[in-house]
Design a protein around this ligand. Structure first.
Ligand code: ATP
Ligand code: MN
Length: 479
């Protein structure tokens, strides 16, 4: 039986013989009785195993060390102890896998997140990481559930792409050339015609362009897949390989797009509040402890659980880029030169310090900024009447900053071609994208949600490397 099941049906099944498998979190005891905390990953809670020396052989007991893997058969019974309601009185213990006590890296004490990152192959066994990855699973499930319930078709867009014009970030090249002997053309540049795909290819930075093609036939689609950016940014919010959720909806304008994103984010957070209570309570406590070590001004104003409940119960603040710039321009922080990047007026790109100011100081809630200057946004965003701004939207979250970037797409062929020309994007690479504007084009919108940023928000983890099983960052692709 799984420990989650044992602990959830508790009293009804006591005095029953069961078999339970798991890893030893901790062991303590004396010569005659010996207690093991066993965990199997199904829940953050451990099951107490009681071993009496009269039934378990001394040789076996010696090998039961922290980290070893056991199969225990015994009697499930009501516990006399105050910490647990049930326990298992062991009748037989099989050591499935020993763990050398001197060498096992995860001792029963607090380890730093950095240390656990270096031991990412074992960190699934800790309370923190098992909680994070159970929540990551719940969020994955909630996302698919949300779109399915709302009539979306899931679309797997390609990971290898020849479209390098999107401009969302630096791309990783895909080739099967022998890197020591790359065919060059007459001009001395790489001759891709002899390469595997007969053209230059890369790992995708976004599935959006292909998702748009799907939406203009299937109506409502979403992709949920890996994306890759060779950005050498090395921040706590960027990975070289991350997962993105990208819905595209035909006949939807920018407002409907924001409504969809808000509804979806709230659905996912609620799903975790309902289904990951123990994990969230643990992470809530963990964050409180961690922040208690910090100086007062660095602590969050609210706890993790308060934050999650606040977000699901309140409307996101919506305002235009122009209004946001006005607020920032007149803010004390800007006047007293407290921003690293001063705001001077319309046209400035918002840095994460500005985004966090708006979310955490000005509005104290998630903020949606719309209608950015066309110069700082992608070519496919719909041009507004003012011809200066585009129908873009970014959703900014407390502690995280940008979590969603989206827009209403430019559906008018002429204007799209003009924008591509202005931004030096060669039409010939995107002929298929332009085709959708030639044949039965319509108003449509979509967005990209960075999955790990959502996991960070829900778990309260402050480094993106701690919410993906095996992070890929500059100079790091271990495991
Ligand atoms: P940022 O300004 O934070 O780098 P961006 O403007 O490059 O983000 P988009 O191209 O709009 O982001 O991508 C959509 C979403 O994907 C972002 O809102 C963010 O949640 C997420 N995202 C973008 N880049 C990364 C990355 N390198 N690692 C993890 N998530 C990312
Ligand atoms: Mn970026």
């Amino acid at each position: 039986m799984k420990i989650k099941k044992i602990l959830s049906i508790q009293k009804k099944i006591t005095d029953k013989n069961i078999i339970v498998n798991g890893w030893v979190k901790n062991r303590r005891g004396s010569k005659n009785v010996f207690f093991i905390s066993l965990n199997d990953g199904s829940t953050i809670e451990n099951l107490q195993i009681v071993c009496e020396s009269k039934s378990i052989n001394e040789e076996v007991i010696k090998q039961i060390t922290t980290g070893s893997c056991l199969s225990v058969s015994g009697l499930l019974k009501t516990s006399d102890g105050s910490k647990q309601t049930v326990e298992v009185l062991a009748e037989k213990i099989l050591i499935l896998g020993k763990a050398d006590a001197d060498k096992y890296p995860l001792q029963p004490k607090k380890h730093s997140l950095e240390f656990l990152r270096e031991n990412a192959h074992l960190r699934f066994r800790t309370n923190t990481f098992s909680s994070v990855f159970r929540i990551r699973h719940s969020l994955t499930f909630a996302i698919h559930n949300f779109f399915n319930l709302n009539g979306f078709t899931s679309l797997h867009t390609p990971i290898i792409t020849s479209a390098d014009a999107e401009g969302a970030g630096e791309m990783f090249k895909v080739t099967n050339y022998d890197l020591n002997n790359i065919p060059l053309g007459e001009n001395g540049e790489v001759d891709y015609s002899k390469d595997f795909f007969g053209q230059k290819t890369s790992l995708t930075v976004s599935g959006q362009l292909e998702a748009e093609l799907g939406a203009l036939g299937l109506g409502k689609v979403y992709t949920f897949g890996p994306t890759f950016r060779a950005e050498n940014s090395n921040t706590s919010r960027h990975l070289a390989e991350f997962w993105m959720i990208e819905p595209e909806v035909a006949f939807a304008d920018l407002k409907e797009n924001i409504d969809l994103a808000e509804k979806m984010l709230k659905y996912c957070i609620n799903y975790c509040l309902d289904n990951n209570k123990l994990d969230l309570e643990y992470l809530n406590m963990r964050l409180k402890n961690e922040e208690s070590q910090l100086k007062k001004e660095l602590r969050s104003e609210s706890s993790l659980l308060e934050r999650l409940k606040f977000v699901v119960n309140n409307e996101f603040k919506r305002l235009s880029y122009t209004e946001a710039i006005k607020i920032l321009l007149h803010s004390k922080a800007n006047k007293k030169k407290r921003f690293r990047f001063q705001i001077s007026g319309f046209g400035d790109d918002l840095q994460s310090e500005h985004e966090r100011y708006l979310v955490e100081k000005e509005f104290k809630r998630p903020v949606v900024i719309t209608d950015y200057p066309k110069e700082i946004k992608a070519f496919y965003m719909r041009l507004n009447e003012d011809e200066k701004t585009v129908r873009a939207m970014d959703i900014l979250f407390p502690e995280i900053g940008e979590i969603v970037g989206g827009s209403q797409r430019e559906e008018r062929l002429k204007i799209l071609q003009k924008r591509m020309k202005e931004m030096n994007i060669d039409e010939k690479h995107l002929w298929w994208y332009l085709d959708t504007r030639k044949f039965g084009s319509c108003e449509h919108s979509g967005f990209g949600l960075g999955f790990e940023r959502l996991v960070m928000f829900v778990t309260g983890m402050k480094n993106i490397r701690d919410v993906i099983p095996f992070p890929r960052t500059p100079k790091n692709a271990e495991f």
